[in-house]
Write a protein that binds this ligand. Structure first.
Ligand SMILES: Cc1cc2nc3c(=O)[nH]c(=O)nc-3n(C[C@H](O)[C@H](O)[C@H](O)COP(=O)(O)O)c2cc1C
Ligand code: SF4
Length: 613
């Protein structure tokens, strides 16, 4: 169907607002979805024309992100978080009740077009669920009473900005503060130190602190900054004292926070935004970058205006923009870019693709973003917590930070604690803290196990609570989900496995096919239809997905199965039927087809694939 004149004008305005810049395609599509409640085929043509890019490119991006829909969504678009911790708080029952009252099924839009309801991956409100999104805005602590009120508001056509404010209240819930959360911080104080001390010695403080990335992988932050500054072609010189200006470098803050059970970056952005932006600006001084981006997950839309106002205040105070703090040639600014519902965009190279207005498909590495990142320029990508720590290290010195923690894990770690405990929320601990102590503090009793690091991390059993937080033993990006003895471990594993199958970007066969097979196989076993051969097959597919997938998502997707199969084989065995098994599908043979097509006979053939739009 062709666009109406009003629709065409609206799209034209949106494109103009984004300076007809194709790197802003994800932002443009967000606005189109918001305005028209979907992205119709005719809008794809119009966008391709206005942005002077191929229609297939626009279509590929529109189809990739779950927040974009080709069919009209309801005027009220309600999404309920499908995370395991929301389930434990009753999200499934709440969603069923909401659908019953609205007279629709999950996944449907009501025939009058007024409302749609569906599930979405974790919304980062695990300690104040059941949670969801209404027209992109976070809604917390859903109860039957709240649902009754929501149904009334929907049926009365009440605009969302007139709904009761308390429905949208998001609390910080900080229960334990340490170095990062309780050291007083004045905006500009770290930058003043950096300029007084000089960039080289600021860099040495970061180096001395032993700070490692807080996004999960734990790469040394100082090395990352140095690699970016040294870049592919230049030797290190002090950039502020002697600006080089030859290469465009970028600083990116990864605020995608999509790992189920993680919500600590949300709290840093809500209540410590200056510290985070200051860390980015110190980084820009060290690596000589002029442009920064905060890549904010779409589910945190409610933070967008707040963050924009903090940036504006910093510009007014001379902490961003041209000649920062009066220093000639020290120019740096930060833009916020919103995601659109794709967990894979937390992976740094997929994030960069998304920033460039493309599908979030992880790149082949090397080259790494530090040498070839945003627009193929040297780019630092760090987690929100890493930047917040870098600001304080600049202020207080590397030794101050390094005096806390363990030899290989300096400083503290923010944990997002959810699940079966009396006081879920944010806890900051020195690395090296035993799990038993953390469980005591958050009021967890009768604990069966803890999922550390989210679904891609590890499930530890009650026999392992003496283990400690840290890169030496139990690393985590921040997710800490507690399960007591009333929980069914296989249900938890099933939830995680469905999550990975849903979030696989589909680029490489082992992950695209493998995560689906794992999901089906596990469903079959949990439903009591599995035989011994199914269990063997489950282990076999898990190993294949782990060892042959292209990126971290696929490489960790089988972790929930593997770590529970190792610890609780009897739970799986108890669900089996006493029959022999005939395999219905063989992943290895399925991959053979892909190998033949690419002319490669090794399982890593997919690594060579280039997806060019
Ligand atoms: C599937 C996947 C999702 C990820 N999601 C995030 C995320 O939400 N936030 C984050 O900081 N890092 C995430 N990472 C890790 C990033 O790729 C990258 O290592 C990190 O942003 C680097 O920052 P750091 O050195 O400060 O930890 C993810 C990695 C993978 C494989
Ligand atoms: S492993 Fe492959 S299919 Fe899975 S998310 Fe990574 S690139 Fe995409």
């Amino acid at each position: 169907m062709p666009l109406s004149e009003t629709e065409e004008n609206a799209i034209g305005e949106i494109v103009n607002r984004h300076a007809a810049d194709p790197t802003q395609l994800v932002q443009i599509l967000r606005d189109v979805q918001n305005c028209l409640r979907h992205v119709p085929p005719a809008a794809l043509d119009e966008l391709a024309r206005l942005l002077a890019i191929e229609r297939v490119q626009v279509q590929a991006v529109a189809e990739f992100y779950t927040f974009f829909s080709s069919e009209p969504r309801g005027f009220y678009d309600i999404l309920i978080s499908d995370s395991i911790t929301d389930h434990m708080l009753g999200s499934r029952e709440i969603a069923a009740y909401l659908c019953e009252k609205l007279g629709i099924q999950p996944g449907e839009t009501r025939s009058d077009g007024r409302v749609s309801v569906d599930y979405t991956s974790c919304t980062g409100m695990c300690e104040q669920g059941p949670a969801g999104l209404v027209n992109g805005y976070t809604i917390t602590r859903l109860t039957r009473d709240r649902v009754d009120r929501i149904v009334e508001l929907v049926n009365a056509d009440a605009p969302v900005d007139q709904w009761p404010r308390e429905f949208f209240a998001v609390k910080d819930n900080i229960h334990r503060a340490d170095l990062l959360l309780k050291t007083p911080f004045q905006p500009g104080s770290a930058l003043k130190w950096a300029l007084t001390r000089g960039v080289e010695s600021t860099f040495s403080e970061i180096d001395k602190s032993g700070l490692r990335g807080r996004g999960g992988a734990g790469f040394a932050t100082s090395w990352k900054w140095r690699f970016c500054f040294e870049g592919p072609e230049e030797s290190a010189v002090c950039p502020i004292d002697k600006p080089t200006g030859k290469v465009d470098r970028y600083v990116v803050c990864n605020a995608d926070e999509g790992e189920p059970g993680t919500f600590k970056d949300r709290v840093l952005l809500q209540s410590y935004a200056d510290q985070v932006f200051e860390g980015m600006t110190v980084c820009a001084a060290v690596v000589d970058a002029r442009q920064g981006f905060l890549y904010l997950r779409g589910e945190y839309l409610y933070l967008y205006e707040h963050l924009k106002s903090v940036l504006e205040r910093r510009r007014q105070s001379g902490l961003l923009g041209k000649n920062i703090l009066g220093r000639d040639g020290f120019d740096f600014d930060i833009d916020i870019r919103l995601g659109a519902g794709a967990y894979i965009c937390g992976e740094e190279s997929a994030l960069i693709e998304s920033l460039e207005g493309k599908r979030g498909i992880p790149r082949n590495r090397p080259p790494y973003p530090v040498t070839s990142g945003y627009l193929n320029q040297p780019t630092v990508v760090n987690n929100v917590e890493t930047f917040a720590a870098a600001a304080l290290i600049t202020l207080k010195g590397g030794t101050w930070f390094a005096s806390v923690g363990t030899e290989k894990s300096r400083g503290t770690k923010l944990l997002s604690i959810s699940g079966d405990c009396a006081r879920p929320g944010i806890y900051e601990y020195p690395f090296g803290t035993p799990i038993a102590e953390i469980l005591r503090d958050c009021g967890a009793t009768d604990t069966l196990g803890v999922q550390i690091g989210g679904p891609s991390g590890v499930f530890i059993s009650e026999r392992e609570f003496g283990r400690v937080l840290g890169f030496e033993d139990l690393p985590t990006g921040g997710s800490f989900m507690v399960f007591d003895h009333s929980r069914d471990i296989l249900e938890i594993v099933r939830n995680f496995t469905h999550f990975f199958a849903h979030e696989s970007c589909g680029f490489c066969t082992p992950c695209r096919v493998g995560t689906s097979l794992l999901k089906d196989q596990l469903d079959k076993i949990c439903a009591g239809h599995g035989a011994a051969g199914d269990l063997v097959e489950l282990g076999h597919i898990s190993q294949l997905v782990k060892t042959t997938s292209h990126c971290g998502l696929g490489q960790t997707a089988a972790n929930p199965i593997l770590s529970t199969l190792e610890r609780y084989p009897e739970l799986y065995e108890r669900r089996l039927k006493a029959t022999t098994f005939e395999p219905g599908f063989d992943l290895d043979s399925a991959l053979e087809v892909a190998r033949q097509m690419t002319g490669r006979d090794d399982a890593h053939a997919h690594l060579e694939q280039e997806v060019e739009l």
